[in-house]
Each structure stands twice: as structure tokens, then as C-alpha cells.
Design a protein around this ligand. Structure first.
Ligand code: FEO
Length: 168
């Protein structure tokens, strides 16, 4: 059984993961509208992954006898000046999510909730990958700057990303 405090914190994380999904879907829409289908594809897959993260927390709360409470999802930005700005926002957001996951882990340690610590370790590893990937694309965009052919090539590369569901 989850403590009330842990249940509330996990519920807040469900909302944060859905907000992340909404943010990346909005970025996907913006890229699609600006003729960058590869970037749009990459963000669309990111959107799907965030939904999975939310559901992973959702299922976990239920499995521990708690109840997910779905709260409104805050508005997200709808337009970005450049791919670089979108990926800088992505990295900043993922760093914020990492801090949230770390806080959840800290709470689970404080409460001697070993099952929640075990569940969160998957997310701790996932965040390393999320930040590394966003950082890598930022580095590529910094090299490309306004070079049209570079952007075209990166768009083609991001178009190849495929969705792989996470193991539940
Ligand atoms: Fe659900 Fe991108 O962290």
C-alpha cells in the first residue's frame, strides 16, 4: 500500500508526464506546419513515449492499491522560432523531469518504500538517455546553424526514428 504522500506525488508525476506528451505533440505540430516532417516524426514518437511514461506511473499506482487522479493538463507553447529553440526547450524540460524523478526517489527512500524505489530506477536510467539524446541533437543543430542542406539532412535522419513500445 502506498502512503498518501507517495500516492499524491506519483499522481503529480502522471500529470507531468501527460504534460510532456502534450508539449512534444505541440512541437510535432509546429514542425509539421513548418515543412520539417522528420523533426515532426521525432517529436511524435517522443509524444507516444511520454504517454507510456504516464501510463507506467498510472498502472503502478493501481498495482499498489492507490488511485490515479487525473488533473487538467496545463497549456503548452505552440510555436518555436527554430529547431534549436525547440530542442533547447526539450532539454530544459527533461532536466526538470529528471529533478522531479529524483525528488520522487528521495521521498521513496525517506518512506522506506522499496517497491517505489525499484520502479523509479527505470525512470532514472530513462532520463539519462532522454537528456543525452536532446543534447546530441542540440550539438548537431549548433554545427548546422542556418545551413539549409544540413537541416534537410538532419530532418531526413530524424524521419527514420521508429516507435518502440517500452516493456511494461
Ligand atoms: Fe517522461 Fe521525457 O520523460
Amino acid at each position: 500500500m502506498l502512503s498518501k504522500k507517495m500516492e499524491e506525488a506519483l499522481n503529480a508525476q502522471i500529470n507531468a508526464e501527460f504534460w510532456s506528451a502534450y508539449l512534444y505533440l505541440s512541437m510535432s505540430a509546429d514542425f509539421a506546419a513548418k515543412g520539417k516532417p522528420g523533426f515532426a516524426n521525432w517529436m511524435h514518437i517522443q509524444f507516444k513515449e511520454e504517454q507510456e511514461h504516464a501510463i507506467k506511473f498510472f498502472n503502478y499506482v493501481i498495482s499498489r492499491g492507490g488511485k490515479p487522479e487525473l488533473k487538467p493538463i496545463e497549456e503548452v507553447k505552440t510555436s518555436w522560432e527554430s529547431p534549436l529553440e525547440a530542442f533547447e526547450d526539450t532539454l530544459a524540460h527533461e532536466q526538470k523531469v529528471t529533478a522531479m524523478i529524483n525528488d520522487l526517489y528521495g521521498l521513496a527512500v525517506e518512506e522506506k518504500d522499496y517497491a517505489t524505489q525499484s520502479m523509479l530506477r527505470w525512470f532514472i536510467d530513462e532520463q539519462v538517455e532522454e537528456e543525452e539524446t536532446a543534447q546530441g541533437i542540440i550539438e548537431a543543430l549548433n554545427m548546422i546553424k542556418d545551413n539549409g542542406f544540413g537541416l534537410y539532412t538532419l530532418d531526413k535522419e530524424l524521419a527514420t526514428r521508429v516507435y518502440t513500445p517500452i516493456a511494461e
